[in-house]
Structures are given as C-alpha cells and as structure tokens.
Design a protein around this ligand. Structure first.
Ligand code: ZN
Length: 135
C-alpha cells in the first residue's frame, strides 16, 4: 500500500458539513459527486497534502445511512492508495483479510475501490483505491 489517500467522514447533512469543513480547513470543497450505486453523495476537500471525503446518504437503505443510524457521525473509513488494486486484494486475501467486494468497483473521484471488512482490521473500515488513469 502507498500513502493514505483520504479519510472518509459520515455526515448527516452534506451542505451543513461543507460549510463546517470549509471553516475548519480554510478551503472550500473542490467537488461534489454522487455515487448512485452506493446511495451516497460525497464532497472532497484538500488540505495541504491531505484529502477529506464527506459522505451523506441519499437513500435510507444505503450503507452510510445504516452507519449513521448505528454509530452517528464521525470517521467512517481510511482509504489507502494502491498501485494495483487487483494484486493488493489478492495479497490481503492471502493474509486472511476479508474483502467486502473482491471485484473492484467504481468509487468517487475517479477511483477503483474495494473495502476490507472492519471485523478483521480492529474495527477500521479500510478502503483500497487505485486511480483510474486515462488510457
Ligand atoms: Zn473513500
């Protein structure tokens, strides 16, 4: 794995949280993107070399809605950049980690993503993400 690509934060209201994080970080969000297949709307902030993703549920049965219901707002996942997501999934499976989606899916911000089950990672939902390069 490479650097931490971003930290994902579950929020109830994306508009209100965009205002809050703009005050906190001193920069506005640079994009809002909906991932309809995941029932989520995201916004992204850059703060120096760091990236924050805010996640709001768009439907009541989405994973983020369920997370908010159970745990409330807060840090939802940590995403690591990987060079080759397919190889990394194979490596992590070999190490005994449970991969939630073994076939990488299209995530926000031009990424192929996969998640590890938090039960196997001390309660931390880990996202792997590989930048989709234009060919
Ligand atoms: Zn993420």
């Amino acid at each position: 794995m490479e650097k931490i690509e971003h930290i994902g934060i579950a929020v109830k209201n994306l508009e209100a949280s965009n205002i809050l994080f703009e005050k906190l970080l001193g920069v506005p969000h640079y994009k809002i993107e909906e991932v309809a297949s995941e029932g989520v709307r995201t916004s992204f902030f850059k703060s120096g070399p760091n990236k924050i993703e805010l996640l709001e549920a768009t439907k009541p049965d989405s994973p983020i809605a369920k997370y908010l219901e159970k745990k409330g707002e807060g840090i939802h996942h940590i995403a690591f950049a990987v060079e080759d997501i397919v190889l990394e999934i194979e490596r992590l499976k070999g190490e005994g980690f449970v991969v939630l989606n073994e076939i990488p899916k299209k995530g926000a911000d031009n990424k192929r993503v996969a998640f590890l089950h938090p039960k196997g990672t001390n309660g931390v939902l880990v996202e792997l993400c590989q930048e989709i390069k234009e060919s």
